[in-house]
Design a binder for this molecule. Structure first.
Ligand SMILES: [Ca+2]
Ligand SMILES: [Ca+2]
Ligand SMILES: [Ca+2]
Length: 421
């Protein structure tokens, strides 16, 4: 107002002020290489996901370029950044892979960093890295201390093999070896395992690794204090003892189960929570001897080239007779010390004898006393009251003992030519 109380306007000079854009960027959570700002669990063979917030705290628009700071063990080129679509959750179908983020003043955005955890990564293996953002307005402006950590999930997994079929004499025993294979990425101890046996009426003994034997698989597990590392195999031996007096073909069946009892959690994936089962079947093998004897007439032919049946049961002096004694194993197991023998009756005298076997792996031996054996047929020409022996020497050591076996289904034939006195 002037002295007269009138309003007076004094025009001023027009001034235009431009506020300078001071670039800035902020990524959180912060973290150092030694103290990562976040730790997430990553599954082997899948992407681990770190979650960040990127903000433009400056007074102007900016486009930030992303790159990676990584600790050894991380291949920076495999890190992918994703701009969230707004729901705050990572979804590779909805969120977009980015290498830059454009933000207005005070705008912020969720940013994901993914890294493929190798399929062979061991439980607890860590991958430490983080994004660095550089301002497009002022490349001296960065935010770099944003390390996070992906820790590999423990995958607990087993295979159990294999079911077995075996044989035993009665009494006798047989041992089966099974195998637990740690196919996960974490070591397994007895505490993580459940091993069971069921069925099995005969006597069983179990041994895990090189631990002591026990009468149940569970007890055998308790005796094992080793560690089954990832990729390793652990033998489980089962010895079954068959009682005495069982018939050939009798069977006993045992079931074995193996599972992992460690519960699944965010850090543990138990892929073998239900028992893997195996079945062992043991069958009794027993040789069953049978023999038969026939006689035919050879007339006056001492070589018995064409023997004929004796229909009337009558023979004459000086007539040649052919006795055929067959022995066979009608059981399902081997017959030990396989010997056929025959003794000349009083009214006959010896000519010769020989043998035939139904199998080749071994040799026939001959004897007149059942003790000393020869490959050549001993002479029985004109012998009276003699006993002839035909033996199967399966191990070809020149004698017939309990180590020699005539397999099931095989047989020996002894032919004996005699003359009527
Ligand atoms: Ca930061
Ligand atoms: Ca999303
Ligand atoms: Ca022998």
């Amino acid at each position: 107002m002037d002295d007269a109380g009138q309003n007076v306007t004094t025009p001023s000079n027009g001034v235009t002020l431009t506020v300078r854009h001071v670039a800035a960027v902020e990524i959180t959570p912060n973290g150092s290489a030694t103290q990562p700002g976040q730790t997430v669990i990553g599954r082997p063979g899948q992407d681990g996901v770190l979650t960040y917030l990127i903000r433009n705290p400056s007074n102007g628009n900016d486009i930030y370029t992303l790159d990676t700071q990584a600790q050894p063990g991380v291949t920076s080129a495999l890190v992918t950044y994703w701009a969230d679509d707004g729901d705050g959750r990572f979804d590779p179908d909805k969120d977009s892979p980015v290498s830059t983020v454009s933000l207005q003043p005070d705008e912020e955005r969720v940013l994901f960093a993914t890294y493929p955890v190798p399929s062979g990564a061991q439980s607890g293996a860590t991958f430490v890295f983080g994004p660095r953002a550089t301002s497009g307005v002022d490349q001296a402006v960065t935010d770099r201390d944003n390390f996070g950590q992906i820790s590999t999930q423990a995958v607990l997994s087993l295979t159990f093999s294999a079911s077995q079929n075996g044989t035993s004499t009665s009494p006798g025993s047989v041992t089966y070896t099974h195998e637990l294979h740690n196919t996960g990425n974490a070591p397994l101890t007895a505490q993580a395992l459940a091993l069971t046996d069921s069925g099995g009426a005969w006597s069983y003994a179990y041994q895990i690794g090189d631990a002591g034997a026990a009468s149940t698989l569970q007890d055998a597990l308790a005796l094992w204090n080793g560690t089954l590392a990832s990729g390793q195999r652990l033998p489980i031996r089962v010895t079954v003892t068959a009682p005495t007096g069982l018939a050939g073909g009798v069977q006993d069946t045992l079931q074995l189960g193996a599972s992992i009892v460690t519960p699944s959690s965010e850090t543990v994936d138990n892929q073998t929570p239900a028992p893997l089962t195996l079945t062992d079947v043991t069958m009794i093998l027993k040789g069953v001897p049978s023999s038969a004897k026939t006689v035919q007439s050879c007339g006056q032919d001492a070589t018995c080239a064409a023997p004929v049946s004796i229909t009337d049961g009558l023979v004459q002096p000086n007539e040649y007779l052919l006795y055929t004694i067959t022995g066979s194993n009608g059981g399902n197991g081997g017959l030990r010390r396989p010997i056929l023998k025959d003794t000349l009756p009083q009214h006959l005298k010896g000519v010769t004898f020989r043998g035939v076997a139904s199998l080749n792996a071994g040799q026939l031996l001959y004897s007149l006393d059942g003790q000393s054996w020869t490959l050549q047929v001993p002479s029985i020409q004109d012998a009276e009251g003699v006993t002839v022996y035909l033996g199967w020497d399966s191990n070809s050591d020149g004698v017939v003992t309990s180590e020699d076996v005539l397999p099931a289904g095989e047989g020996l034939t002894l032919t004996l030519i005699t003359a009527v006195k």
